[in-house]
Design a protein around this ligand. Sequence first.
Ligand code: PSU
Ligand code: MN
Length: 308
Amino acid sequence: MWKGTIMDELILRSDAVASAQAEGRPVVALESTIITHGMPYPQNLETARAVEDAVRQAGATPATIAVIEGRLRVGLSDDGLEALAQARGVRKLSRADLAVCLASGETGATTVAATMIVAHLAGIAVFATGGIGGVHRGAEESFDISADLRELAQTPVTVVAAGAKAILDLPKTLEVLETLGVPVIAVGQDAFPAFWSRDSGLPAPLRLDTAGQIAASHRMRGALGLPGGQLVANPIPVEAEIASATLAPLIAEAQALATARGVTGKAVTPFLLQWLFERTEGRTLQANIALVLNNARLAARIALALAS
Ligand code: PSU
Ligand code: MN
């Protein structure tokens, strides 16, 4: 079939991913924007490697997704990870950018939205990241709402994140997810987590306590013919969290600075993360690393449950 041929030409799987899929073993998709735009070098490379190891140790195969010179890569080699981690000026790809980047043979890192699209094309149902994009503060003026939210509404991938980043307007983010019909499932607690902190002060719409239950609800959406995925909101481990009261004034400062400097569009999230990293002497980065690892482990358990 022509569609299959084009897809086979576009998607380059690593050997590990190809054999895992051929044998029906569990695979977990991982994004690459967190490597190129979310963390500084060399912590980005160390984290990318550690996240892949965490997935392997939990019994699944990691598939880090990126566009390298116009090819969709599903599963990167260690050299590939290193090149991406050191590269400068890499594009940040969301749904809108994917086709242009591929057609022009360029290199780009996939956000949550683009990683979901590619994971689904490649037949991967579970994806681990840090935190999804959402409704930015001041969105009533800027209209800045991440394409990640609409992707969750239309692409059937279960996304494990530590909630949404506390730099966002979390009440509005939850309202938009509700409008879009996206299940927002807190893991093991009633509160919606806020990325660096376990509790956003907002109740999560749904709660599940085990990977098996999350896998079952993923399957049930498929059986019902519902498009779209699930947002699995996995709180950061207690020992790694930063109290939200500590971060609140710094986030307000970061946001004010971004507005004053006219930072807009794709640059907003990387700007805020980088500024918080500097203002907390790296504490937000340490917390970010801990929560991504925690999400990778849970995603692997969900993928295992789906594969059995
Ligand atoms: N999670 C992290 N760090 C990140 C991101 C997620 O721990 O940098 C990235 C994801 O790729 C997400 C993006 O899709 O931030 C959101 O960007 P925007 O707000 O521009 O949609
Ligand atoms: Mn945005």
